[in-house]
Design a protein around this ligand. Structure first.
Ligand code: TYM
Length: 328
């Protein structure tokens, strides 16, 4: 059977948070279980260096993400794990694809605009090139499915456009990749506005947090009086209900919505129950993670297998691309 390929990745900006888990990794897990798919999941360190970072901590941050992946249940028997920079063909393809994509389109991308606001003194060419490198990550493996959260959809659109344009300008080399979204495709921030994000302090819960830390983080979430005539559509209370549904189920959310419209929600109690539910989901992940943390050589072996597997495919694609572009 010819298997369709899947590719996705996370930046090594430290341990993963609930947004990465629910929007990204849960999709990776669902797809690795399908017999008809060949999945590659990456730690995208080259994307990680487009925003301020500490070079001395880079290797340990890459490790944190691999450990989170393995802890969550990514299984090297079912998927390949690799570090992006270990397969330099990603960069080579990115350059080649950059020659067919208009600058004007890049400037409109919401993530580029957002990063410019977050790091006004670090607007580098790498940041500008970010979506092209991401397209190259996907297309170098001719991946057709890309499990990502909602925030990444504009980037997937770029990859699709590039694939189409390349195929029409040269010859048909690339499939048009599609995003695969989970139920938690957009996890809001604990601060009550925007999305959960590693770069925004107070917005996230990490996969490695213990119960007390989760309780403390939730306790700081802004809420309201707990009752009203219409349900809150945005802000802390609305975001809390999103997490209630994801970790405690739809019924629990509906019960709390009834309370909101009736006698009122006691947020203290609800937050404690939610913290417990989140921790129950994270505990086995943390235990599995610990196992791999204590077996660093096994982790290195897994990454090396991934590198070898991916290098082979990436080299073949590059050769096809260069031929199509008249470079060989
Ligand atoms: P990154 O590292 O920001 O996030 C990794 C994954 O987590 C998802 N995610 C979220 N999902 C729901 N709610 C949130 N609040 C939330 N925050 C993050 C992201 O959508 C992503 O799936 N550019 C990518 C990395 C990348 C990539 C790729 C992904 C590079 N090359 C090729 C797919 C294919 C990024 O920065 O993800």
């Amino acid at each position: 059977m010819i298997k369709k390929r899947v590719f996705s990745g996370s930046r090594p900006t430290g341990c993963l948070h609930l947004g990465n888990y629910l929007g990204g990794v849960k999709g990776y897990l669902a797809l690795q279980d399908r017999e008809d798919l060949d999945c590659i999941y990456s730690i995208v360190d080259l994307h990680g260096i487009t925003t301020p970072y500490e070079p001395k901590k880079m290797q340990s941050k890459i490790r944190e993400v691999v450990l989170d992946y393995l802890g969550c249940g990514l299984d090297p028997k079912k998927c390949h794990l690799m570090t992006q920079s270990q397969v330099p063909e990603h960069i080579e393809l990115a350059y080649l694809l950059g020659t067919i994509y208009p600058v004007s389109r890049m400037e409109q991308l919401p993530t580029y605009k957002q990063k410019k606001i977050e790091n006004p003194h670090y607007i580098n060419v790498g940041l500008f090139y970010y979506p092209i490198l991401m397209a190259a990550d996907i297309l170098v493996y001719k991946a057709e499915l890309v499990p990502v959260g909602k925030d990444q959809l504009p980037h997937i659109e770029v990859a699709r456009e590039i694939a189409r344009k390349f195929n029409s300008m040269f010859s048909h080399v690339f499939p048009e990749p599609k995003a695969f979204e989970t139920q938690g495709t957009y996890i809001p921030s604990l601060l009550g506005f925007g999305k959960m994000s590693k770069s925004i302090k107070g917005s996230f819960i990490l996969l490695t947090d213990d119960l007390k830390t989760i309780e403390e983080r939730l306790a700081k979430m802004p809420t309201d009086s707990g009752k009203g005539e219409i349900l809150p559509k945005e802000g802390g209370a609305a975001n809390l209900l999103v997490l209630v549904e994801l970790f405690m189920g739809k019924k629990e959310r509906e019960d709390n919505e009834k309370k909101y419209l009736g006698e009122g929600i006691r947020y203290g109690e609800l937050k404690e129950k939610l913290a417990q539910a989140i921790y129950e989901e994270l505990k086995p992940i943390q235990e599995k993670r610990k196992y791999f943390e204590n077996n660093p050589e096994l982790v290195s072996k897994i990454l090396e297998e991934g590198r070898l597997y991916c290098s082979k495919i990436a080299k073949q694609t590059l050769m096809e691309v260069k031929k199509a572009m008249g470079l060989v």
